[in-house]
Every structure is written in C-alpha cells, then in structure tokens.
Design a protein around this ligand. Structure first.
Ligand code: DGL
Length: 269
C-alpha cells in the first residue's frame, strides 16, 4: 500500500487527488490529529513524530510513504531519507511535497515573483526558497507564516467570518512584500480547505498553485520510473484511514473533506 501521512486532516487534500488520478492503488492514510498542529513545533519534535509515523506505516505494509504535510517535508524528510531509511529498510521510500512543487513553479509565474503561505515551521525552514532557488535562481520567493490557519481547519472553522479575517490578514501581509506576486503556493496541505476564503481575499491577477495536482502528477511519474516499487504496491482500490485521536471526529471531518463517508480506526502507537 501507499502510506500517506499528515499531522491531521490536511493531507486528505493530497490523498483525494491520489485516489482520483490513481484509483487502482491501495492507500493507508494516517492523521496524527492527537498531536496536530505541527506547524509551531520544534525541528526535533516534528522529526520525532514524523519518524514514528513513517516507521508505523512501513510496519503496516507501506513500502512507499508520502509526507502529505509541508511542515514534515520541510523539517523531517531529509533526515529520514539520509539517516533513518538506510538503517530501517533501504528499499523503502519516503517522498515529500515541497520538491515536486518547486520543480514546476516556473510554469505558474509570468512575473517571476512567487508567494508562499505556510506554517511557521515551513516558513522558518526556508525550504521553499532553497528548493526553488536551486532550480530557478531568477525566481524571487516571498513568504508569510499563517500560524492560525491549520488550527482553524483542525477545529472545523471553515467558511466563516473569523476565518476570512485571518486569511485576508495573512494574504495582505504576503502581497505587501511585492506587488508583482502573481502565484501563491498554499504551502500547507490544510489551506486548500480554506480556498473560498482565499479566493475572496485574493487580488485580481493572482492565482493559487494546486499543490495536490502537482504532487499527484509527480507520484504518477515516480511510479512509472520505478517499476520495482510499483510492483510492490497492491492494487485493490482500497483506502484504510487511521487517526491518533477520536475516529468518529475524524470520520465526520474527513467525510466533509473527501466528499464521502469514511470509517477510520484509532491508531495506538
Ligand atoms: N498540513 C501541514 C502542512 O502541510 C501541517 C499543519 C500543521 O500541523 O500545523 O504543513
């Protein structure tokens, strides 16, 4: 199976795209809702939590794990790939979502000024700036941390005036850094759930980059290029959902985000 991990519900926006574009595969989604949000936590904590989840997904039968979380991709991916994976099982793979987004950024901007909205952890890690500038040194990247937003999503505060206020505040702070920004990466997988608020606050001529489509396309490409991994993945069109918190709360929220009923199980570490 393909493991898909997020601190909470946000990764469901990525999983949903995987299910649409690659319906034949089996997935295990793990949301660490009991410890979400991760965004303001230290490097050490995000790394420890993410490694624990990756190990668990491996032991549940997922040789391939996608960190469907920008914060975990920014703070834990590299250490896990370089230090842990060779010791745990060098034939397994852990993929993140920042690099695939950076790879295609050039095709989304005409002005060469790109905005990134993310958690404090993602913004402070500078991962987007580093990855984009490695590939496209001419592109300028502006960032704004949005510490309230993942918590609002985790608590179901979607499409209401309080959430609109914070979305507009963060977007205005980003746009104030450069009037030339024409593309904004919603660099936290929770944020697409607030897309209505983002659209209301968005200045004309600015568009949001669909990270879920980009990441799904990149995974399809990865599986085409790695038939040895593809052969290890079961294909019965099933998804198993796990949460570290209350399954009925997870089911209610997840059904909203996925547009259909799901039945999750509680995961004990
Ligand atoms: N959804 C996650 C991300 O993409 C993290 C949100 C959080 O836990 O703070 O960054």
């Amino acid at each position: 199976m393909i493991g898909v991990f997020d601190s909470g519900f946000g990764g469901l926006t990525i999983l949903r795209k995987f299910q649409q574009l690659m319906p034949e595969y089996d997935y295990v989604f793990l949301g660490d809702n009991a410890r979400a949000p991760y965004g303001s936590r230290s490097f050490e904590t995000v790394y420890a939590y993410t490694l624990q989840a990756v190990r668990r997904l491996f032991s549940m039968g997922c040789p391939l794990v996608v960190l469907a979380c920008n914060t975990a991709s920014a703070k834990a991916l590299r250490s896990i790939q370089q230090n842990d994976l060779p010791l745990i099982d060098p034939s397994n793979r852990v993929l993140g979502i920042i690099r695939p987004t950076a790879e295609v950024i050039q095709s989304y901007t005409r002005t060469g000024h790109v905005g990134v909205l993310g958690t404090l952890g993602t913004v402070n890690s500078q991962s987007y700036i580093i990855e984009i500038q490695k590939l496209y040194p001419e592109i300028r990247v502006f960032q704004q941390a949005c510490p309230m937003l993942a918590a609002l999503v985790e608590n179901g505060e979607i499409d209401n005036p309080g959430t609109d206020y914070f979305v507009k505040k963060y977007l205005d702070l980003l746009m104030a850094q450069s009037p030339l920004i024409d593309s904004v990466i919603l660099g936290c997988t929770h944020y697409p759930l607030l897309i209505n608020s983002f659209r209301k606050a968005c200045p004309d001529g600015v568009s949001f980059i669909p990270q879920n489509e980009i990441v799904a396309g990149s995974l399809m490409d990865y599986l085409r290029r790695h038939p040895e991994m593809d052969a290890r993945l079961s294909k019965n069109s099933k998804t198993y959902y796990y949460t570290t918190d209350n399954p009925s709360v997870f089911n209610n929220a997840a059904s909203l985000f996925l547009g259909r009923e799901v039945s999750s199980s509680h995961l004990d570490w």
